[in-house]
Design a protein around this ligand. Structure first.
Ligand code: ASP
Length: 285
């Protein structure tokens, strides 16, 4: 897992160094993680209580705060690219369910049969969650030999100082069919504004929506002028007030990085323009 994150960071840094815009880089990194069976996104995403894969994703470009998102998307490996197309097409910000799938088909995205996205590890996880009558988050128990470690996201600041954020997930194991979480909600799971910061979150989606976590970081920077780490921790505290733990990754307009968490662990990493990389799991790392 750490190796894959390190490889993602190196790939993102190489793309940024070659001049790719931040929004292209966060999409590319999230696509890579969606194709990896160990994360809760695309291939290997968690299963709903009916055993299906329903994917949420969102992307935002800090240059003009353009945004696109999909919720409850079925039958596509790369929901982040469908969200990107929603953003680029420009009529809407959020498409859900069959409407999102019809949009993806109309855009020429190749459909992937649901069963091709489901891993055995996720089937076993759903069985365990059903037995315990629990709606299960990947990050809740880092000690458990869970098949995967969560929602994926990326934030970036490019050579021209532009910011972008992207987030993708299968949601919560054993969630009710039709449930859409924060990862599809601009302002909760994803936010980017060149003036302030880019943020991608993971956590209990209901609490993160109620606390508008990603936008809360932006609001704190604009209104109170505090630093990114303080703004990020305060946003997570507001989610905790709503009963939800989790974490976020963020970069600000000056390139400072914050990756705080209130959950037991979160696989996360960062890399700077001088190629100094950091990959960690637990809160005190
Ligand atoms: N935030 C995601 C959701 O609630 C789950 C997660 O990040 O683990 O759908």
């Amino acid at each position: 897992m750490r190796e894959e994150l390190a490889a993602c960071l190196a790939d993102g840094e190489r793309r940024l160094r070659s001049g790719e815009p931040a929004v292209d880089v966060v999409e590319a990194v999230v696509r890579r993680l969606e194709a990896h069976p160990l994360f809760n996104a695309g291939l290997g995403a968690v299963l709903t209580s009916s055993g299906d894969v329903e994917l949420d994703a969102s992307i935002m470009d800090g240059r003009d705060r353009a945004a696109g998102a999909v919720g409850g998307l079925r039958g596509f490996l790369h929901p982040i690219s469908v969200a990107r197309r929603v953003m680029d097409q420009g009529d809407h910000v959020l498409l859900v369910g069959e409407g999102a799938a019809a949009f993806a088909r109309a855009c020429g995205f190749e459909a992937t049969p649901d069963r091709a996205l489901v891993t055995d590890a996720r089937r076993r996880q759903l069985e365990r969650a059903r037995e315990r009558a629990r709606i299960q988050r990947d990050h809740d128990d880092v000690a458990e030999p869970a098949p995967s470690r969560g929602t994926v996201g990326a934030v970036a600041r490019d050579c021209d100082g532009h910011l972008a954020a992207a987030t993708s997930t299968g949601g919560l194991a054993n969630q009710r069919p039709g449930r859409v979480g924060d990862s599809a909600v601009i302002g909760a799971g994803t936010w980017a504004d060149d003036a302030t910061c880019a943020v991608s979150t993971t956590g209990h989606g209901e609490a993160f929506i109620r606390a508008a976590v990603a936008h809360e970081v932006d609001a704190a920077l604009r209104r109170s002028g505090c630093d990114l780490e303080t703004a990020a921790r305060e946003a997570l505290r507001r989610a905790a007030d709503c009963g939800g733990t989790g974490g976020l990754i963020a970069v600000d307009a000056a390139g400072r990085i914050a990756m705080p968490l209130t959950a037991p662990g979160m696989f996360r990493g960062s890399i700077t323009s001088d190629a100094v990389a950091r990959v960690c799991v637990f809160g005190d790392e």
